[in-house]
Structure formats: structure tokens, C-alpha cells
Design a binder for this molecule. Structure first.
Ligand SMILES: Cc1ncc(COP(=O)(O)O)c(C=O)c1O
Length: 432
């Protein structure tokens, strides 16, 4: 067997140091010393528990849930769900998560993935392969410009052409614009429930009807809304049809690590029919290592996110999700009323849930710069992502405690004049 000879001393008995160790330290760091230094280092990182952070972490603000997640994560920390038959507890948990997801959204088939992007990759890959089988050589995907960048990424990696259309004045995808660009190479069209930038649900019924009429697939991206909207509706909020109850919807993505309130690393991808779902299953035995089978793009899969997702869904149940989402609703009404009451700013759409953008009010006499408002809010400890047209807000249960502070600080920020320090936020980052 070949080994990395150049990195290792060829003679293990010599006392000569290893060559080419790169950044690996010569001697290790003791545990307590390291923990202390990490605690100190991360004290400057974004505080997701403080009620001033948005979108990167969904703070359920539930100490029992957090305790459960920590315990379960450490129980399953070293287990690998690559071969679930070796870890039967994970296998059972995964099966039960998928059963809960299918029931919640009315889907026939479901798979577990590591996040929204992987779920979207699976849906684009299954649509591509479905199209190729039907004789389409260069498949395309049609979506509104508000679709999450995960679609652009999936199309880029998977050799699918992405065709984007403008949105209507209300920020929702425009079925007429879709109709004008769908062609004989279209594999799939996409609706968001809701889209990230404005929190509005696209007209899923019209888009899915168009998909049926043109004989193409229809994906609903409910990465954000999936695990919230069923409860939002039960809380009496108006929710337009958005899931598999709509005829013509063929697949969906819905993230447990967002409004499912588990920590990062789990999402679900769902299908109406077995035919599509089976296209994401991969089996391979043309190597000497035995039969390799996997149901998504990942190989080795960490046990902790799966176990924590199961524990979170099971611990909370309908009652728990209603309790947490009632708080999200209170926070949403609170933050929206602060913006509505503050002269000079306005919510830039009519959001369907707890996600929205606010910007300067073009009708105001003395219009403040939204970037300057963002800067002042940053200085006051808030973390409002800058979009091209305003600042982004995404509310979690813990934000119901921050409404008064938001009112106070936005009131200060709105008075400031000047030039903004920075433009559009980087939404992600490339670390080399
Ligand atoms: C609507 C929507 N779709 C997809 C994604 C991608 O999810 P992830 O970041 O888990 O890959 C996001 C992330 O915010 C989203 O808001």
C-alpha cells in the first residue's frame, strides 16, 4: 500500500523530527489550556443567545431543549450513519424523522440531508436525470431572482442552465414570466415558501399548475418555511397553499436546522413520487470494497445532527412547536410594529412569516441612509444583514424579549446622518 512517505520519517527509530508537518504544532496543547483559550477567543463572536443576532442561528430560547441537544449530540458524537445497519439507533431515528416530515408536508417519499443546499442539490439532480431520460440534452431550471443561491450553485455544479425571471411588485415570483421562458429543455420550475430576501411565499398554486400544463417538474423551496408554516397556519395566520396539497408540486426542501430548531446539519428533501426519489439513491460495487450504497450526496454522515434532529422533533411535538412559534409570532408582530411606527423606514414587502426586509421609506421627508442605520445598529450590538435594498430580519422565539430594545435602538439609528461604512454584506465566505 502506498503511504504518504514524504510526510513521515522513513525510519521511525531515529529521533529526527518529522518533515513537512506544515502548521501542525510540534507538541500538543493540554485540554484545559485549549478550552480556556477558545472560550476567551469566541467571546468576541456573534452572541446568538442575546436576541440581537439574526438568520445564522435559530434561537429557540428553551434551556431544556438546549440541554437535550447537548446530551444527545455527545451521545452520538462519534457514530457514523454511512452504514446505518451498524448504528441501528440512528437508523430508527432517521426513519422516524422522515416519517414525521412526510406526514407534516403530505409527501410520499423523503430523504435526510445535511442542509438546505444539499436538499436543493438532490432535487436539481433528480430533475436533471429525469429530463435527460426524457431526451432533453441540456436541461434548464426556471426560478425567480429571489430563489436562494443554492439553486445557482446546484445548477453550476450539475451542468443545468438556470433561467431567472423578475418578481412582481409584491416580491413574489411571476407565473407569467415563468410561462414566457419555459421551453422544451425545461426540467423543473421553482417556487419559494418563502424566499429568503423578502419572506414572501410565491404563488405555488399557479406555478404548480403551469408545471403540469407544460409537463415539467415543480420544486417548492420550503427550507425556511417548511417546519414553521404548518404551525403558523394553526396560530391563525393567513398562509397561502404552499406544500404537497397543491397538485403539481413534485419535490420540496425543508430544513430541520432552521425553524425545526435543531442545531446545524439536517434538512429534508421530499418527493411526491417514488420514481423521482429513487434517482437520488446511489449504489456502487465496481470496486473491491464491497457494496457502497447511499441515499444522498454525502458519504460519511455524522450521528449527532441526526440524533439531535430526532430528539428535537420528538421532544417538542406539536405542542412544543406551537409554544415556540407563538413566540416567533409575538416577536414578528413586535418588530413589524416598531418599523411601522418609525418614521423614515418601512418593510419593503408584505411578508408571509417571520422573515422580511426593511428599508428607507421613499415617501419620508428627510430620508436616512439605510446603510448608516445598519452601521449604528451594528455599533449597538445588532447583526442586521445588508441586502441590496435594505436590512434583513429573521425572527426566532428568543427575539420576543428584544422588541423594546429594538424600538429604542432603531429610534437612535434613524437620527444619524452620514455615509455608510460598508455596502452589501457577504452572506457567506470563502476560507482558504
Ligand atoms: C429559502 C432558502 N433556501 C435554501 C437555503 C439554503 O440552506 P442552507 O444554508 O442550510 O444550505 C436557505 C438558507 O438560508 C434559504 O433561506
Amino acid at each position: 500500500m502506498a503511504s504518504n512517505q514524504s510526510a513521515v520519517d522513513p525510519n521511525p527509530n531515529t529521533k529526527e523530527p518529522l518533515r513537512r508537518v506544515g502548521g501542525l504544532p510540534e507538541s500538543g496543547t493540554p485540554v484545559d489550556e485549549m478550552l480556556e483559550s477558545l472560550r476567551s477567543e469566541r467571546s468576541g463572536d456573534l452572541d446568538w443567545r442575546g436576541g440581537r443576532a439574526f438568520s445564522l442561528v435559530y434561537n429557540a430560547d428553551d434551556s431544556e431543549l438546549e440541554r437535550l441537544q447537548h446530551e444527545v449530540a455527545s451521545l452520538f458524537l462519534h457514530e457514523n450513519a454511512l452504514n446505518p445497519f451498524r448504528y441501528r439507533t440512528l437508523l430508527r431515528m432517521e426513519g422516524e424523522i422522515l416519517e414525521m416530515a412526510r406526514g407534516l408536508f403530505g409527501a410520499g417519499y423523503a430523504g435526510l440531508t445535511s442542509g438546505g443546499t444539499e436538499s436543493i442539490f438532490m432535487a436539481v439532480q433528480t430533475a436533471r436525470d429525469h429530463a435527460v431520460e426524457r431526451g432533453i440534452t441540456s436541461p434548464n431550471l426556471v426560478c425567480a431572482i429571489t430563489a436562494h443561491p443554492a439553486f445557482a450553485k446546484a445548477c453550476h455544479y450539475l451542468g443545468v442552465q438556470m433561467v431567472t425571471t423578475p418578481v412582481r411588485a409584491d416580491g413574489r415570483a411571476d407565473p407569467e414570466a415563468f410561462a414566457s421562458v419555459i421551453d422544451s429543455s425545461t426540467a423543473i420550475i421553482v417556487a419559494s415558501s418563502p424566499c429568503y430576501p423578502f419572506g414572501v411565499i410565491d404563488p405555488v398554486t399557479e406555478i404548480a399548475a403551469l408545471a403540469m400544463e407544460r409537463d415539467v417538474l415543480c420544486h417548492v423551496d420550503a427550507c425556511l418555511g417548511g417546519y414553521l408554516l404548518p404551525f403558523w397556519e394553526a396560530l391563525g395566520q393567513p398562509v397561502p397553499p404552499w406544500d404537497f396539497r397543491v397538485e403539481g408540486v413534485t419535490s420540496m426542501s425543508a430544513d430541520i436546522h432552521k425553524y425545526g430548531y435543531s442545531f446545524k446539519g439536517t434538512s429534508t428533501v421530499l418527493y411526491r413520487d417514488q420514481d423521482l426519489y429513487q434517482r437520488q439513491i446511489f449504489m456502487y460495487d465496481a470496486w473491491p470494497g464491497g457494496l457502497y450504497a447511499s441515499a444522498s450526496s454525502a458519504g460519511t454522515r455524522p450521528g449527532s445532527p441526526i440524533a439531535a434532529a430526532w430528539a428535537t422533533l420528538t421532544h417538542l411535538g406539536v405542542e412544543g412547536y406551537m409554544r415556540l412559534n407563538r413566540r416567533v409570532l409575538d416577536a414578528t408582530l413586535g418588530f413589524r410594529s416598531v418599523i411601522d411606527d418609525t418614521e423614515g423606514v418601512r418593510i419593503t414587502s408584505d411578508p408571509d412569516m417571520s422573515v422580511f426586509e426593511f428599508g428607507t421609506d421613499p415617501g419620508a421627508d428627510d430620508t436616512p441612509d439605510i446603510g448608516v442605520i445598519g452601521d449604528v445598529m451594528d455599533d449597538l450590538g445588532w447583526n442586521l444583514d445588508r441586502q441590496q435594498g435594505g436590512l434583513h430580519i429573521m425572527l426566532s422565539p428568543g427575539h420576543d424579549r428584544s422588541v423594546d430594545a429594538f424600538r429604542h435602538d432603531l429610534g437612535q439609528a434613524i437620527l444619524r446622518r452620514g455615509t455608510a461604512r460598508e455596502g452589501v454584506h457577504t452572506y457567506g465566505a470563502v476560507v482558504e
